[in-house]
Ligand binder design. Structure first.
Ligand SMILES: O=P(O)(O)OC[C@H]1O[C@H](O)[C@H](O)[C@@H](O)[C@@H]1O
Length: 283
């Protein structure tokens, strides 16, 4: 029988602890951040740094799936916060369905939490998390006003890849990417190996990628998204990152379902858009 308990971390962050026949998961209300997900009998599908102290208001937890909204990365206004403000805010838990041990949870960012100097638009943003033996996360935007707006966003998933030197990320054939502000470069071949800092914003990307790790293959698929970010900070950037151990780069990689660059979302009055990602171990 599936159970959902609302608990508080010793450092004050509230989270939901979900246990079902199919999986175990934790979702923090700050940022509506999925922090842990493991299908029953399998290893966790998300990575979190042991350096994170789970303190409120620090830019989210360094791991799991921070929600980058209403922009991804650095804003054109250089003093605006990286990755928007939603990952630092308290979301409301607004809905629950349980059917055949599949748990669906819904979260909403209350309009009172919108930072109006950055986001003056009349809109709603919700996160829906579907927990079965796979993890599906949907980020749903709706324009409630009478003027169009454009946003960029990402579900910034951190994966446990065991050994970065042995990681192969595949499914990139036919795409192009911007890296460190340069490009677009045409992707060569289908796969990417990691030998240096990697921070690629892919566009024209097919809907399914795989991370072939020493511990098995993780599949990441996306809907309503032609873009994704592939990131590993490597040695020097690891030393600069907050809430991150110097050698953490060896064990993590991010593959982030996104709507960025030419894949930004423009919503006319009344329109909505659902960015969706599904994550699973390939048997
Ligand atoms: O440290 P954060 O603000 O969480 O950002 C972490 C990382 O997010 C993305 O993957 C970006 O592409 C990186 O350039 C950035 O370093």
């Amino acid at each position: 029988m599936a159970s959902i308990r609302q608990l508080m971390h010793t450092n004050g962050l509230e989270y939901l602890q979900i246990n079902s026949a199919l999986c175990e998961a934790r979702i923090f209300l700050q940022g509506a951040q999925v922090e842990y997900f493991a299908p029953t009998g399998k290893a966790p599908l998300l990575w979190v740094s042991s350096a994170d102290e789970y303190k409120p208001g620090t830019g989210g937890i360094r791991g799991g799936i921070p929600v980058c909204w209403p922009w991804f990365g650095n804003h054109a206004n250089a003093d605006w916060p990286a990755h928007g403000f939603a990952r630092n805010k308290m979301w409301d838990w607004v809905g629950t369905d349980v059917e055949n041990e599949v748990v669906t949870l819904r979260f909403s960012l209350p309009a009172a939490q919108f930072e109006r100097q950055y986001w003056p638009h009349n809109s709603s943003v919700m996160l829906e998390v579907v927990l079965s033996d796979t993890l599906t996360v949907k980020l749903i935007n709706q324009n409630l006003g009478d003027t169009p707006f454009t946003l960029t966003q990402a579900l910034h998933s951190y994966f446990p890849i065991g050994d970065i030197h042995q990681l192969q990320a595949s499914g990139f054939a036919g795409s192009k990417y911007i890296e460190f502000g340069e490009g677009p470069f045409i992707q060569q071949g289908d796969s990417v190996e990691f030998t240096r800092e990697t921070d690629r914003v892919y566009t024209a990307l097919s809907p399914v990628q795989q991370l072939q790790t020493v511990n098995g293959t993780i599949e990441v698929s996306r809907e309503n998204s032609q873009s994704a970010v592939l990131w590993n900070p490597w040695i020097e950037k690891s030393q600069r990152l907050s809430r991150f151990n110097d050698d953490d780069y060896l064990q993590m990689a991010c593959l982030e379902a996104a709507n960025v660059l030419e894949d930004a979302v423009t919503l006319a009055p009344g329109e909505s858009h659902t960015l969706s990602t599904r994550i699973r171990w390939v048997d």
